[in-house]
Design a protein around this ligand. Sequence first.
Ligand code: 5IU
Length: 286
Amino acid sequence: SFTRQSYADRVAHFGNNEAARLLLETMERKETNLCVSVDVTKKQDLLDVVDAVGQDVALIKTHIDIVEDFDQDLIHQLTALSKKHDFLIFEDRKFADIGNTVSLQYSSGVHKIASWSHITNAHMVPGRGVITGLAKVGQPLGRGLLLLAEMSSAGSLAKGEYTKTCVEEAFNDQSEFVCGFIAQSRVDERFANVGKKRDLLVLTPGVGLDVKGDALGQQYRTPEEVVIDGGSDVIIVGRGIYGALLDPQVAEGGSLARAKAFVSVREQSQRYKEEGWRAYLKRIGV
Ligand code: 5IU
């Protein structure tokens, strides 16, 4: 099973996918399987959180379309931070249209996602054209695609036959542009018989140590549950790390309150980094 192997040993399994190789190499080099998801709506907050957690992560996940004061300089600065701290960028765009449309959404518009995001993701609702449409743009740039095989939210429809088809499409993607899944479990092992099995990454959101969920259907599990029991390769953590920044006192602009919030952000990102890595070492038997 690939989950018993080290990240370093799995690099060679992704000969046709530069983004996956870079991610695994970064995880090994920095000893972290943490991806921080930064869902904030102001450019400076995004950059400040990324700078604060950068040293602890292998990957930063963005929702670039929620940033109110987005401009090209944000991409410039985000890219500079990814070099400074040695991490990759994952725009959580969740493409879900016909191939022709997603290729335009990926390459063009205000955000030009393919030009700066190493990894993005897609729903399989449209059928396999969504993969070929995105591959046309992303593959020449060395990008990688994750299929949304399962979701962390209550009542998700991504289950059963739907999840199985995602695994089938990933195994059958000859181009190997698909490098893994967003999922809550080792879906490639659960459905190992649906195609020609190859190594794929599993990245898992819905990770938190202190609370069980939020008021809008999010459900959290711990890094141990996700990495050891679930066999996931990357933990994706959002508010569990930058939550202190959402305190109304910080929003009101007190610089002392903001400085204190960033102390908490740093502490939490170190905490999740350590928990995730410890779980991984236990899994591979080190
Ligand atoms: N996200 C999920 N669950 C999913 C998928 C994506 O939470 O199944 I697919 C996103 C939503 C948010 C981040 O950007 O991951 C989780 O943030 P919190 O850790 O703050 O809940």
